[in-house]
Design a binder for this molecule. Structure first.
Ligand SMILES: *Cc1c(COP(=O)(O)O)cnc(C)c1O
Length: 229
């Protein structure tokens, strides 16, 4: 076992607890997802041995391969956090417990169509684009309500809330305020959609202060990512 990994995980968890207390929040209400993209399945197994049960991947092929390799870890939850093409929806749905990146109606339809006949509903989040660049992933804030209304028409999807990545060129706290407004929009469509997935290595304390319920933290825990395979 890699002691540095255990130390980094503990240090991040201590910072999450500190940020929660500073915001008057219960750290137990926050799910820390470890983003393991580009790292081998052995690292995910080491994290599992340290008690991690939520891991995140952003590419379908990598998700599928690692989930198959670690299929014996039955209580490990895989979160899909990357851009998805509709033709990958079936493979993503087969491996993931949660999809954070539903950003258009066609993609919601593809995940719904990929449901096995008596499968449990798939937990999904609507991804919001907090930048001015329409080429980035996510739906524009003005279109969030309409997308949420579409997602809830599918019984095989369970709308849980919103997800976003803070823009690189802006104070994350300001960007996260816009995300919180989008979260309110989604809750007005689906009152139980209370999850806010935000916060990465560089900005998770700000995300906790804003009210994030799910943090997606990679390199602060895993160490630097290997070069893109
Ligand atoms: C890679 C990734 C993360 C984690 O990034 P770090 O800066 O390494 O913590 C979080 N969210 C998404 C969508 C990612 O692609």
């Amino acid at each position: 076992m890699d002691h540095a990994l255990a130390d980094r995980l503990a240090a991040v968890d201590a910072r999450i607890a500190d940020a929660a207390r500073a915001a008057g929040r219960d750290p137990g209400g926050i799910t820390r997802i470890v983003v393991t993209k580009f790292h081998p399945a052995t690292l995910v197994h080491d994290l599992y041995d340290l008690g991690v049960r939520d891991v995140g991947e952003n590419r379908q092929q990598e998700l599928t391969a690692k989930a198959a390799e670690l299929a014996d870890l039955a209580d490990l939850r895989w979160h899909f956090i990357g851009q998805a093409q509709t033709n990958k929806a079936r493979a993503i749905r087969a491996a993931a417990s949660v999809v954070h990146s539903v950003d258009r109606e066609k993609l919601a339809d593809a995940f719904a169509a990929a449901a096995a006949p008596d499968a449990a509903a798939l937990d999904v989040l609507v991804q919001i684009n907090l930048t001015d660049d329409p080429g980035r992933g996510g739906v524009a804030p003005a279109a969030v309500t309409a997308l949420a209304e579409h997602v809830v028409t599918h019984p095989s999807l369970r709308l849980r809330g919103v997800m976003a990545v803070a823009p690189l060129d802006e104070d994350p706290a300001a960007a996260f305020e816009r995300l919180r407004a989008c979260a309110d929009d989604v809750r007005s469509v689906a009152p139980t959609a209370t999850w806010i997935s935000a916060g990465m290595t560089g900005d998770f304390p700000e995300a906790v202060a804003m009210g994030a319920t799910h943090l997606r933290i990679g390199s602060a825990i895993t160490g630097p990512r290997p070069v893109h395979p």
